[in-house]
Ligand binder design. Structure first.
Ligand SMILES: Cc1cc2nc3c(=O)[nH]c(=O)nc-3n(C[C@H](O)[C@H](O)[C@H](O)COP(=O)(O)OP(=O)(O)OC[C@H]3O[C@@H](n4cnc5c(N)ncnc54)[C@H](O)[C@@H]3O)c2cc1C
Length: 410
């Protein structure tokens, strides 16, 4: 068989499937879950990722399902405005920044892949347990779901591991790596149906990790009742955490105290949190960057290659960029081993910089600066604390490192 085996039908695997199909490279996706359901909460796609999705003919459909985010707005924990800057179209980009429900994104990618490549190109209930290779191709072995007893195999030209942060293929190549690295910050996430906050398309960051930080942004347009689905994440430094499970429910009592007095003219935060349908809890984790991803005919992509803490809205976007870069490399190099090496060369260093910057200086470094300079006290005027130029410089520096400054995209 000369097809590309894609392990995992998340954002990375499905985008890769669509990009390969567009390039007329045959592929098949094998997904561990028995059924692909719209799980998760909010995700952001920055303009470098929406540019790639536009090239796959998906920008319009996704924009309909999402909110085209107009501004990033930062507050301290007393509700005082620190900084606001335009995003996406509003900032002069040719492509939007989209805030979207992860499930809406995954289902849109899945439907497009099924419609274009055919339903038989994606097989569920196939949990990859091993990948072997010889000079002519690869053999992937699957169990029927995680821990399943029945074994099946698939033969292909190359295999691409898009199996997420707990990647089985990554473990095969790096058996001693250990569990994902805890950042010291635990997260509680949810979505609340609420009246439009600020512009109705704002991405709000407020507070700081030591006492409690909130990230809030709408992910679906308002319905007839005028309410939007608004994603939120509470992030608090704490030594306690439990292993990451995307579906673990969390308890309001474990974190709402940190936000008890956050009654602002732009939002009553405790009331907003309490109105959520459900709460999910997971630790903020990543892994140290790897020295290599490609091993002959097998490589890693997306979270399997470079899991990062979600402080720069870049996890899904970088998986999308990987998928497009890998497809271009396969078109350029007839030898698949050379193509996978070229893909790694293009993407490993770039994503390593983002993984490390997300730990130290992501966009919310603005909040840390103000927290430290004010000693966590309200200010009279923000200009007394930090200049506009410094705020702009902090924000622009992350854009350059993450590859979505306006100049880079032109
Ligand atoms: C259930 C779930 C919920 C999430 N919710 C959010 C969220 O709310 N917000 C957010 O920012 N990010 C969320 N993420 C992570 C986010 O999707 C990724 O960080 C990002 O999109 C990169 O995508 P990826 O394709 O590399 O990995 P993922 O999106 O994690 O996709 C990996 C895929 O591989 C499958 N898989 C795993 N192991 C195997 C295996 N051995 N064999 C075959 N298939 C396998 C998984 O079922 C999944 O479909 C979630 C991920 C998952 C899996």
């Amino acid at each position: 068989m000369d097809e590309v085996i894609i392990v995992g039908a998340g954002v990375g695997g499905l985008t890769l499937g669509l990009a390969l199909h567009q390039a007329k490279i045959p592929c098949r996706i094998f997904e561990s879950a028995a059924e692909i359901r719209a799980v998760g909460v909010g995700i952001n796609l920055l303009p470098h990722a929406t540019k790639e999705l536009a090239a796959l003919g998906l920008e319009q459909a996704l924009t309909k399902a999402a909110i085209a985010t107009t501004d990033a707005t930062f507050f301290n924990r007393f509700g005082q405005l620190i900084y606001r800057e335009p995003l996406g179209f509003a900032a002069g980009y040719d492509h939007p920044q989209l805030s979207i429900h992860r499930g809406d994104l995954q289902i849109a990618l899945l439907e497009a892949f099924r419609a274009r490549a055919g339903g038989d190109r994606i097989i569920t209930n196939r949990h990859c347990v091993a990948v072997e290779q010889d000079e002519r191709g690869v053999t992937a072995t699957f169990s029927d779901g995680p821990g399943g007893a029945t074994r099946t195999t698939a033969r292909g030209r190359i295999a691409i591991a898009c199996d997420g942060i707990n990647s089985a293929v990554r473990k095969q190549f790096f058996p001693n790596e250990g569990e994902p690295r805890y950042s010291g910050v635990n997260m509680w996430r949810g979505a609340t149906r609420w009246r439009p906050i600020l512009s109705g398309a704002s991405m709000v960051r407020a507070g700081w990790l030591s006492h409690g930080k909130m990230v809030i942004y709408p992910i679906r347009s308002a319905g007839a009742d005028g309410l939007q689905l608004v994603n939120w994440v509470a992030e608090i430094e704490t030594p306690n955490y439990r292993k990451r499970d995307w579906n673990r429910s969390g308890s309001l009592d474990d974190f709402i105290g940190a936000f008890a007095d956050w009654h602002f003219d732009w939002l009553d935060v405790p009331a907003f949190i309490r109105a959520a349908d459900s709460v999910l809890e997971f630790p903020m984790v990543d892994q140290d960057p790897l020295p290599r991803w490609s091993f002959g005919r097998v490589t890693l992509l997306g979270d399997a290659a470079h899991p990062m803490v979600p402080r720069g809205s870049n996890g899904a976007g970088q998986a999308i960029l990987d998928a497009r870069a890998l497809t271009a490399a396969l078109l350029e190099y007839p030898d698949p081993v050379e193509a996978l090496a070229a893909y790694e060369k293009q993407r490993l260093e770039a994503t390593t910089r983002i993984v490390l910057t997300n730990r130290s200086n992501p966009p919310d470094a603005i909040l840390r600066e103000v927290f430290e300079r004010t000693n966590d006290k309200p200010f009279d005027a923000i200009e007394d604390v930090i200049s506009r130029d410094e705020l702009v410089a902090l924000s622009e520096s992350y854009k350059r490192i993450a590859g979505y400054s306006r100049e880079a995209l032109r």
